[in-house]
Design a protein around this ligand. Structure first.
Ligand SMILES: Cc1ncc(COP(=O)(O)O)c(C=O)c1O
Length: 448
């Protein structure tokens, strides 16, 4: 039983709202969040939840960060909006760009700002195609990973098979020219091989695809450094270096989708820093300002930026480079360093992974605990012998039960396996992580 107020809010929600990733007009009851602080949020019933999902891996810096809130208020009093389209700029976006340029991976200090992850990804695809177009090469195809997630636009969704292809059904025709390569999740090897005797065939297969499609038509390869929606899955160490070599050999760009991994999530400032590989384009959003406001960026390498010099870019968004979003991002960047959030993600993440491997791995349903930093996953199965996954609908009911116990977790968007994602805000202390894990342990132990 919920209060009259919550009931009324739920009725209004059902009447007026269409939610993403949910059934239209669903009669299900869900929490209506009213306030939040640190790594916890409270619903209209006053019930507290630990957020081990960081509100869709977005509230990475935690709730209530005073400096971000102050920066937003201060900027809103001075200049609320001035666009970047055509020949105009604004002060906060230039100041933010200069600060971001000091910390980006080498040679990546050219930015196209936008309003979130999907726009960052769409921009990366369009600028890639534009680059090859102005260089007189008809390269337009984009290779993504079968379980990857890149957003909801017609291009981003075309790159998002997300295991089941759920993001494709009903939306045809999506953007043309997208191809999927097998993913790098060793516990579920697409080739039924074992690492390392597999010779990292999943990486080498990218070359087969490029050759089959014709290198003169393949524009880019896109991947998340750690696959988030697929369950926080990191590749084996050789994977990206091999793919880089292949892409060099065939002059194919590599786009690093860091929408989930950027700004500390994996225990390094950039997810890509885990491998000695440079990328041509990268995308960031979410943690850029902790999702206090919609914001994102597409980062171009020197090669891409120089190669586009003199080209008219007929692409852009009214709100790209919004000054208030930029001010929030500037404040976020400062506190990420001041509060040593990246180091915290590395330290507490390592502690959590150790606990997962020591305690959770012993449970009858758990087959794999892995990931990087605060981006971890736990694969659960009905039967370890046959590796049979749990039924998706049953797992959604389980997620709901975990929520009733005061913990947000999410499941991987995968068809062939059931993997619990653990990615609390990167400010989470060891004590808070322990409390989250205690709830999770009991819930996973009950899985049958
Ligand atoms: C890796 C990745 N890319 C792109 C997106 C799309 O971002 P947005 O939802 O901000 O449009 C997401 C969203 O979760 C993501 O995880």
């Amino acid at each position: 039983m919920v209060s009259k107020r919550t009931e009324e809010l739920l009725a209004l929600d059902r009447k007026h709202l269409v939610h993403g990733f949910a059934v239209v007009g669903s009669e299900e009851e869900w929490p209506i969040i009213e306030r939040a602080e640190g790594v916890k949020c409270w619903d209209t019933e006053g019930k507290a939840y630990y957020d081990a999902a960081s509100q869709q891996t977005s509230n990475t810096l935690g709730h209530g960060q005073k400096e971000i809130i102050d920066a937003i208020c201060e900027q809103a009093r001075k200049l609320q909006f001035a666009h970047l389209l055509s020949r105009q700029s604004n002060v906060p976006i230039i100041e933010y760009a200069a600060e971001l340029a000091k910390v980006v991976p080498p040679g990546m200090a050219h930015f196209f700002f936008n309003n979130g992850g999907t726009e960052a990804v769409e921009t990366s695809f369009k600028l890639t195609r534009l680059y090859w177009h102005v260089h007189g090469k008809p390269k337009y195809k984009i290779i993504s990973l079968q379980d990857g997630f890149h957003g909801a636009g017609l291009g981003a969704a075309a790159a998002t098979r997300a295991g089941s292809g759920a993001f494709w059904t009903g939306y045809a025709p999506l953007a043309a020219g997208f191809i999927q390569a097998p993913t790098f999740y060793c516990n579920r090897c697409a080739f039924n091989l074992k690492y390392p005797s597999c010779d990292i065939i999943c990486a080498r297969y990218v070359e087969k695809i490029i050759k089959a499609e014709g290198a003169d038509s393949v524009a880019a390869y896109v991947a998340e450094p750690v696959m988030g929606a697929a369950g926080n899955v990191a590749p084996p160490p050789e994977y990206f270096p091999i793919v880089r070599q292949i892409c060099n050999d065939h002059d194919v760009f590599m786009i690093c989708d860091e929408v989930q991994t950027a700004f500390g999530r994996t225990g390094k400032l950039w997810g890509q820093e885990h491998w000695p590989v440079s990328w041509d384009i990268m995308t960031v959003a979410k943690a850029i300002n902790g999702c206090y406001l919609p914001f994102g960026a597409t980062l171009l390498s020197d090669r891409v930026f120089e190669g586009l010099k003199g080209t008219m870019v007929w692409h852009g968004f009214t709100q790209h480079g919004n000054p208030i979003c930029a001010a929030a991002a500037g404040a976020a960047l400062k506190i990420i360093f001041r509060d040593k959030m990246v180091e915290n993600a590395e330290k507490v993440g390592a502690y959590v992974l150790e606990r997962l491997n020591r305690e959770f791995k012993e449970l009858p349903s758990v087959t794999d605990c892995s990931g990087l930093g605060m981006m971890l996953g736990i694969e659960v199965v009905k039967d370890k012998e046959t590796m049979t996954p749990f039924d998706g609908a049953a797992m959604q009911k389980w997620v709901r039960k975990v929520l009733e116990r005061g913990l947000y977790v999410r499941m991987a968007l995968a068809k062939d396996y059931t993997r619990v994602r653990f990615n609390p805000p990167i400010i989470t202390t060891q004590k808070e992580a322990d409390e989250m894990l205690d709830i999770l342990y009991t819930a996973i132990a009950e899985l049958k």
